[in-house]
Design a protein around this ligand. Structure first.
Ligand code: FES
Length: 528
């Protein structure tokens, strides 16, 4: 088959690829990850690249290569290195000496290490742990390279429909874990041979792809997992960089859309001992919820979609440099916090929630999410605020920032609707769990926000837009990347593995979309 040479600017990377491949595939081959909000369907417009020398703009996912090309990739189409939350709650546990002894008996050297890995849909975090004392020696994180096949689990499932494609996704994550291992070893001056165990948590799709288990059934009702069990696999079988005598442990999943990462979070926050009603909210493209006490625990997942991660929002992006991450009202105008202290060029999820809360407070939008007619606001809001209310793309718009017209960041009526849908998915999930247990908002004593996104949002704004149950703000606590913390506990402690098994059995999964009141509760949750 004929091959062509593609040169990517400004990276100056060059690759050879077969005729008919898309520019999207070519970029992936060159190690450049492009935005793939729609999973390459050609509908989101977020993967635009320029063909040189004349700068013609094309969608990388739709452009089929028929000649040698030089292509410029604009910053806005790149899947930027985003803020990755590496650390989480630190929970004390008793080490299970057996893990240490097991390998000492094998005649190993004194250096016995393990790696705890949290495979997120977007990011992968790995921690190098001394198995003798449980201390974390180093942490490394990377974007999940599968992102080039789609932003969310649904697009990954859609891609991995054949053995060949599943193997491709599997190899991408194995290579990623190996890269992280190499970096961890370099940082701590140890050899990969000193790594005897790797413990992996992740959502059920990530877990299955890591193990190369079929994922097709995860994409079709009733969305069953191929395996909910924990697995112990010899090192050599998965080609991971570690001692060949080592073991790879993956943790139990709860259901098709609630995986071992939720078990790890539940373990890290010790929900098993919760005397008072506790709600864990892990906000992501797929939100995961756990609610209850040590007596009884329920879990659900809610398809929030990627809006809160900046996708489907006109000027949205992930939490990357140039993204507005906070919006507050000062005396007569608004004040913005921009990641990297540079001119704003986009808005990320935490900024979006803040902006919507501010627009509600100012009366720019009403409880239904509709823009209020400008005539009704004149004289009621400060002039600087009033001047931000415009029209873009034929829709009412609120302009957050404009830098000499170069890059304007604004929210349109459609953006507000997308935000409402995302928040309604999460809030409806919580409400339906509450109904199932018979709990009012005031019965919830603690809300724990886990995950990268949860850590950066302002609690007041999340309450203002109705994303969370109406509880006093001091009842809300951030627990950081609790999944990675739980993975560390599961790596070093047999008791924690036993507890994980119990939790997987004990947590009752509720398929909220099947609840009779789902439609009504969802519609109600759309209101601010
Ligand atoms: S338009 Fe190309 S990924 Fe969406």
């Amino acid at each position: 088959m004929k091959h062509f040479i593609i040169t990517f600017k400004p990276d100056d990377k060059q690759i050879s690829i077969h005729a008919g491949a898309t520019l999207f595939e070519a970029a992936g081959k060159a190690g450049i990850i492009l935005n793939t909000v729609c999973g390459g369907k050609g509908t989101c417009g977020k993967c635009v690249v320029k063909l040189e020398p004349d700068g013609q703009e094309v969608l990388a996912c739709q452009y089929h290569i028929q000649s040698d090309l030089t292509v410029t990739i604009p910053g806005s189409s790149r899947f930027f290195e985003q803020k990755i939350l590496e650390h989480g709650i630190d929970t004390q546990i008793d080490l299970a000496a057996t893990v240490h002894k097991k390998y000492l008996e094998k005649g190993a050297t004194e250096k016995i290490f393990g790696i705890a890995v949290d495979i997120g849909t977007t990011t992968v975090v790995a921690k190098l742990i001394n198995m003798a004392d449980g201390e974390c020696h180093a942490t490394e994180a990377a974007l999940n390279p599968q992102s080039r096949y789609g932003d969310d689990v649904i697009s990954r499932i859609a891609y991995a429909q054949t053995d060949e494609k599943l193997a491709e996704l599997h190899k991408a994550i194995i290579d990623c874990v190996n890269d992280l291992t190499t970096k961890l070893c370099q940082k701590s001056s140890i050899n990969a041979n000193h790594i005897y165990e790797i413990c992996v948590v992740g959502n059920t799709t990530m877990n299955h792809i890591f193990l190369k288990l079929p994922v097709t059934q995860l994409g079709q009702a009733p969305y069953k997992a191929f395996s909910l069990d924990a697995h112990d696999i010899p090192a050599a079988q998965l080609h991971l960089e570690m001692n060949p005598a080592g073991n790879i442990h993956t943790v139990e999943n709860i259901a098709g859309f609630v995986g071992s990462d939720t078990i790890a979070v539940a373990l890290a926050v010790d929900i098993d001992s919760a005397e008072e009603t506790t709600l864990i909210v892990d906000i992501g493209t797929n939100g995961e919820l756990v609610l209850g006490t040590k007596e009884k625990l329920y879990a659900a997942s809610c398809a929030a979609g990627p809006a809160l991660e900046g996708a489907r929002i006109t000027c949205g992006s992930r939490a990357a440099e140039g993204a507005i991450e906070a919006v507050v009202v000062n005396e007569d105008d608004i004040y913005l916090d921009v990641i990297g202290n540079c001119p704003a060029r986009s808005i990320c999820g935490s900024g979006l929630i803040d902006a919507v809360a501010v627009m509600l407070d100012l009366g720019v939008i009403d409880q239904t999410g509709r823009f209020v007619e400008p005539a009704k606001l004149e004289g009621k809001v400060p002039p600087a605020i009033f001047s931000r209310i415009r029209e873009e793309h034929g829709q009412p718009t609120f302009v957050l920032s404009e830098n000499d017209g170069a890059s304007k960041v604004f929210l349109t009526q459609k953006d507000i609707r997308e935000t409402q849908l995302a928040k309604a998915a999460i809030r409806a999930g919580i409400k339906l769990l509450q109904k199932r247990i018979g709990l009012e908002d005031c019965d919830i004593e603690h809300i724990l926000l886990a995950g990268a996104f949860g850590n950066y949002i302002r609690k007041e704004s999340a309450l203002r837009i109705g994303l969370l149950p109406a509880v006093p703000v001091e009842k809300i606590r951030f627990v950081g990347n609790a999944a990675a913390s739980g993975a560390r506990m599961l790596l070093v402690s047999r008791q924690c593995r036993d507890k994980a098994r119990e939790l997987a059995r004990k947590i009752e999964y509720i398929e909220i979309a099947h609840e009779p009141e789902f439609t009504d509760v969802f519609a109600d949750s759309i209101l601010f």
